[in-house]
Ligand binder design. Structure first.
Ligand SMILES: [Zn+2]
Length: 331
């Protein structure tokens, strides 16, 4: 399903230089991986660099160089860049905002290995999305971004505002734009939740952002304490995690779901964080039973990954399957 062609190199080169130009100069080399997830035959587009003319050039050159006539690929690519000849395909990525694109810092496997040094400021990160989850420099708590506001739930259970100067070693965010909204007409237990959400998805083969607003009959969340060097691996840190339990609390779950084939880049399957409506509690969700809720689902067709240009990341052993570690850390 993934289409690759020579012109994609042009697009990636252009977008990489864009990201490099916006990064903290001493810390970041931006690698941009673009995966085209083609939901409908021939309907592919990619242009996900926020508010920057070079992305438009990269996209345009890609469109111009793409072979035409065999599947409608090139013709459809023109639409997002303003020629206006055809309606946007369902998976068109808004070139001004990166809607339907996930922007990710580092990888889950690097975090599992203890890469907790912040790589990008929240000021920069927020340019790439208004919704998502992650963590903070030194692994200092669970991160929720909702409606463009970033919250830090520390291991004391309290929620702190996040200044733009704070940094993140791992985060995945998007400009949330719901493709479907479902209002629950019955309670849903934790054991039923993932199966029910799966039943709403058009495919398991693309990532999703999910926003679940409602009342939670019971919720168990956790947070992790700030670490100092030499960093322990995440499986060893979660032994000292704090858990918080709430009954009948209103709030929002911010969730991502990645397909199995992206295991290692991010958490394959669902990953839920929670923030209470009064913004005074939250965390990484270990269990949630919903009394009632509105579920919004955003289909994601683009994926950008941002990696450090040195530091601990370069010496990590990122080979091998860390699936068992992820299970221990997430649950
Ligand atoms: Zn989490």
């Amino acid at each position: 399903m993934t289409k690759r062609s020579q012109p994609i190199t042009n697009a990636i080169t252009g977008l990489s230089s864009l990201l490099r130009s916006t990064a903290r100069p001493q810390a970041i080399f931006a690698l941009l991986i673009a995966i085209l997830l083609v939901a409908a035959p021939g309907a592919a587009s990619l242009a996900s660099a926020t508010e920057h003319p070079s992305a438009f050039r990269a996209g345009a050159s890609w469109a111009a160089a793409a072979p035409s006539g065999n599947n409608g690929f090139a013709g459809r690519l023109h639409a997002p860049w303003g020629l206006g000849q055809q309606p946007l395909p369902a998976n068109a990525i808004d070139p001004t905002q990166t809607a339907h694109t996930i922007f990710q810092v580092s990888t889950i496997n690097a975090l599992l290995e203890g890469a907790y040094d912040g790589l990008i400021t929240f000021g920069e990160l927020r340019k790439h999305g208004d919704f998502g989850l992650g963590t903070f420099d030194t692994l200092d708590g669970e991160m929720v971004e909702l409606d463009g506001k970033v919250y830090q739930i520390r291991s004391d259970g309290a929620v702190y505002p996040v200044p733009d100067t704070m940094t993140s070693p791992f985060a995945a965010i998007t400009f949330f734009k719901a493709d479907q909204t479902v209002v629950l007409d019955k309670p849903l237990t934790w054991n039923e939740l993932e199966g029910y959400l799966d039943s709403l998805l058009p495919t398991g083969n693309i990532p999703y952002a999910l926003r679940i607003d409602g009342e939670f009959e019971h919720i168990v969340a956790r947070s992790v304490p700030s670490q100092s060097k030499p960093y322990l691996k995440l499986v060893d840190v979660v032994g000292g995690q704090s858990t918080f339990e709430f009954q009948n609390v209103k709030g929002t779950m911010v969730a991502l779901r990645f397909p199995q084939y992206m295991d290692g880049l991010n958490v394959a399957g669902y990953h839920f964080h929670f923030i209470a409506q009064d913004r005074k509690a939250g965390g990484h969700v270990l269990r949630a039973d919903l009394s009632d809720a509105t579920i919004q689902i955003d289909n994601l067709y683009g994926f950008q990954m941002y990696l450090p240009d040195g530091g601990d990341f370069f010496s990590l052993d990122l080979t091998g399957d860390k699936g068992q570690d992820i299970v221990r850390v997430e649950q």
